[in-house]
Ligand binder design. Structure first.
Ligand SMILES: Cc1cc2nc3c(=O)[nH]c(=O)nc-3n(C[C@H](O)[C@H](O)[C@H](O)COP(=O)(O)O)c2cc1C
Length: 329
């Protein structure tokens, strides 16, 4: 177990609510942190860097007020930066993270020593998401504090490897914070992630269906109705292989079998004209294979309390079920 205090202070559950494009905003982050789980959002969820900074101010003010009123420390919050040449805002958004001393920066699509050093300069932590060993090694070399092993079945840009294989192989060379992602929707899944060797669990899809999420009611209803087999893994929508709800692809006439290969990734274009036509993520909805365990959209506080009860129950049950194999009575 190698999680720094920056990440564990105020945590009531070893979990991070993962950043989701167009889904996570200040309300979700604030209520997640208040409930004792790390709340995060992608900087690109605001159309401009000024808007991004306004959200940081809103989140900081709300969390400070919570601490002053309750005497309780909220969980830390985090920002996701897409470190990719097609994202024109990386530098400006990083400078804003440094100015506001954002406790956790989650980098995706590129691990970069410059970003790590900038965040370390004020004591912040950087974790980077990876789907394979090559990227994990590169990120470790760049000096990140943690890795997110994004296994098969995750929402967004998922991997294809079994979580067991990915975690074990990363653990052979990396002793920093290890976070596991991919179809984790229940408290028992969080306990299982720890048992497998991860320090923290990373839950995206489960948080699409919360009252505070920015996903609309149709999107949430589709998540409620879907099973793992309704998730389609394709690179043809955004240029990087990702998981999408089959029904939303069908409605948009964009089932992969009817599409040509998408050749490149362009976050600049997504940013500039998200409302133009059928855009990836806006009308074509992403979700992971964990949808099959989701059938409601409760307030975050209620969800976290439920996850916590399931987590504690699963550990107690394992204790009891494993006793006879451990030499007990
Ligand atoms: C709708 C949606 C949008 C996402 N957007 C982003 C994003 O902007 N940046 C990012 O790093 N990951 C993004 N992800 C991936 C999540 O951060 C996380 O890795 C994933 O949701 C975990 O798997 P799970 O959904 O099975 O829990 C997105 C996932 C979903 C479902």
């Amino acid at each position: 177990m190698s999680v720094s205090e920056t990440l564990t202070a105020g945590l009531k559950l070893p979990a991070i609510a993962a950043p989701m494009f167009l889904v996570s905003g200040p309300e979700l982050v604030i209520n997640t942190c208040k409930a004792g789980v790390v709340g995060t959002f992608p900087a690109l969820n605001q159309r401009t860097s000024e808007g991004f900074e306004a959200w940081l101010l809103e989140i900081e003010a709300a969390l400070q007020a919570f601490e002053a009123q309750t005497g309780e420390k909220p969980a830390p919050y985090g920002v996701n930066l897409i470190v990719h040449h097609s994202n024109p805002r990386v530098k400006e958004d990083l400078a804003i993270c440094v100015k506001h001393r954002v406790p956790l920066v989650i980098t995706s699509l590129g691990a970069n020593r410059e970003v790590v050093e900038a965040v370390h300069s004020y004591g912040g932590k950087v974790i980077h998401d990876v789907i394979n060993l090559r990227h994990a090694r590169k990120a470790a070399e760049a000096g990140v504090d943690g890795l997110i092993a994004v296994a098969a079945g995750a929402g967004g840009h998922a991997g294809t490897l079994s979580p067991f294989a990915l975690v074990n192989e990363i653990r052979e060379f990396f002793d920093g914070t290890l976070v596991l992602a991919g179809a984790l929707s229940k408290g028992s899944d969080i306990a299982a992630a720890q048992l497998m060797g991860a320090d923290l669990a990373y839950l995206g899809t489960r948080f699409i269906n919360t009252r505070e999420s920015r996903a609309g009611s149709e999107y949430q209803a589709m998540v409620n109705a879907a099973k793992a087999a309704d998730i389609v893994y394709t690179p043809k929508i955004s240029g990087v292989a990702a998981n999408f709800l089959r029904e939303s692809l069908a409605r948009a006439g964009m089932l992969p079998e009817n599409l040509d290969e998408k050749k490149h990734v362009d976050f600049g274009a997504e940013l500039q004209a998200p409302e133009e036509g059928q855009k990836a993520w806006k009308d074509i909805w992403s979700a992971g294979q964990g949808v099959g365990s989701i059938s409601d959209a409760p307030p975050v506080a209620e969800l976290v309390a439920r996850l916590r009860a399931e987590y504690c129950g699963a550990i107690e049950e394992l204790e009891s079920r494993s006793r006879c194999f451990r030499g007990g009575e």
